[in-house]
Design a protein around this ligand. Structure first.
Ligand code: C2O
Ligand code: CU
Length: 466
């Protein structure tokens, strides 16, 4: 495939100043990190540039990034720029968009920062273990004129399964995790640490960029008396609003930019609680007010972000597609027999398919690698409406590469904000409609971002015609 010659560049936003190219180096390699406080020891992890998370990459919208990735692991890897609308050959999908980076090798990624927002990077090779051992980092594209705040901060959330000696449990990809809700851990970190408190000041306004880098854990953050206002989801600006029940819900890979105004009493403490799993709520961190206020009143600065240059779907002229997700345990410890609707090659039995690690299916097919026939082929520059049905007993955060899409309905009800996302969380049995203009040609991964589900088949390719 003449990848360089055949695709046109994506339209970058108009920009008066000359755009800059920023060079970065990322090396993936093992290192020891302090995830858990003393008296525990340090944890052997896999890191970008020696840390977990990897370094925050931060550039201005319209700038160009050139990132040389070096593989210091003992196995192949790649780097995927989650949520960024990059040309297909820069997307970091092994075999499909590039040859994987072998041990000791390098690969240079180069692309424009088209959209401002909160993004992240991670390997796409054996993600369930490589991301699970710590390979990920934040990628922030600043607006030319960001909303005014006192602090602009990133919290990369992760969930680790640690042993009593603070080592990463090496039971990656075990059948129980794979066939249920993925690798849920026992230790949640903020930026690779487990802080007891987070220091704030009365009157302060923070833009908090939340990134869920966990393999499988879904978060529902309750900031207690503080009312977070969401201004962007998955990097894309949205109408500022308070989330339902005050909870900021983030499936794996999802991001939310929230504005937090700190109006509590000086020297007081308020917990942030994760309430997603009923009966398993826990305190993530305490917001600890300094004795001295920053200001007496909450600022009234505007919080609405300017839109990114996304092509608007034309629903009246949309082409329609159906996608159904199947598989996994259905309760009572059994997988549902799909009554022949599964792609049972050569009449393979359910047991044989499970044995081959085919647990999850999209339109009846369980992926076994990154190379496959496209499950959908989308006419270029047309609007496509994709109706997705979650026929399983589990949540799934479904991610499409190379595009953002509008979430237009849930269970037949139009969504109020038609939010742009690159990863949409589907509840068990839920039906979700998304719409997008297929303007980025190439073969793009479409998969569940619960990394154990992805590895056990919940992945497909969507082709945008060139
Ligand atoms: Cu965040 Cu296909 O990945
Ligand atoms: Cu899933």
């Amino acid at each position: 495939m003449a990848a360089f010659a055949s695709h046109l560049p994506l339209t970058a936003p108009p920009r008066a100043q000359s755009r800059r190219t920023h060079d970065f180096n990322l090396t993936a390699a093992p290192n020891q990190v302090r995830l858990v406080p003393e008296p525990y020891g340090r944890t052997d992890a896999w890191c970008f540039n020696g840390t977990v998370p990897g370094p925050e990459i931060r550039v201005r919208q319209g700038d160009r990034l050139r990132i040389t990735a070096k593989n210091g692991l003992a196995e192949e890897t790649t780097v995927h720029w989650h949520g960024l609308r990059v040309p297909n050959d820069m997307d970091g999908v092994p075999h499909l968009t590039q040859r994987p980076i072998g041990p000791g090798e390098t690969f240079t990624y180069e692309f424009d920062a088209i959209d401002a927002g909160t993004f992240w990077y991670h390997p796409h090779q054996r993600s369930f273990e490589q991301v699970g051992r710590g390979l990920y980092g934040p990628l922030i594209i600043e607006e030319p004129n960001p909303v005014r705040v006192d602090r602009d901060l990133t919290w990369v959330l992760d969930d680790w399964r640690l042993t009593k000696s603070a080592a990463i449990s090496d039971d990656f990809g075990n059948m129980r995790d794979v066939s249920h809700n993925g690798r849920i851990g026992n230790s949640v970190t903020i930026n690779g640490r487990m802080p007891k408190t987070f220091a704030v000041r009365k009157g302060e306004r923070i833009r908090l960029r939340l990134i869920n880098a966990a393999n499988a854990r879904i978060f529902a953050l309750d900031f207690s008396s503080h009312e977070p206002r969401i201004i962007a989801l998955d990097g894309q600006p949205t109408t500022p609003r308070s989330p339902k029940g005050g909870l900021v819900v983030l499936g794996p890979a999802m991001r939310a930019d929230v504005i937090l105004d700190f109006a509590g009493a000086p020297s007081s403490k308020t917990p942030v609680i994760d309430r997603f799993y009923k009966g398993r709520e826990y305190r993530l961190v305490d917001l600890a007010y300094a004795a001295a206020p920053l200001r007496d009143r909450t600022p009234d600065w505007p919080i609405e972000l300017p839109a990114n240059p996304l092509p608007e779907p034309d629903l009246a002229n949309a082409m329609s597609h159906d996608v159904i997700f199947n598989g996994g345990m259905m309760g009572g410890g059994v997988m549902r027999d799909m009554g022949g609707s599964m792609n049972s090659e050569n009449g393979a039995s359910l047991r044989e398919m499970m044995h081959a690690g085919k647990i999850w299916f999209i339109n009846g097919v369980a992926a076994t690698g990154h190379i496959m026939e496209p499950m959908l082929t989308l006419a270029r520059d047309r609007t496509h409406r994709i109706t997705m049905t979650n026929a399983t007993a589990w949540h799934h955060p479904i991610h499409l590469h190379g595009h953002s899409f509008r979430v237009i309905s849930r269970n037949g009800q139009a969504t109020k904000h038609r939010e742009w996302q690159d990863t949409v969380l589907m509840a068990p049995r839920e039906k979700v409609e998304i719409a997008l203009v297929a303007d980025n040609p190439g073969d793009w991964m479409f998969h569940c971002h619960i990394l154990e589900h992805q590895a056990a088949g919940m992945m497909g390719v969507i082709r945008v015609e060139t």
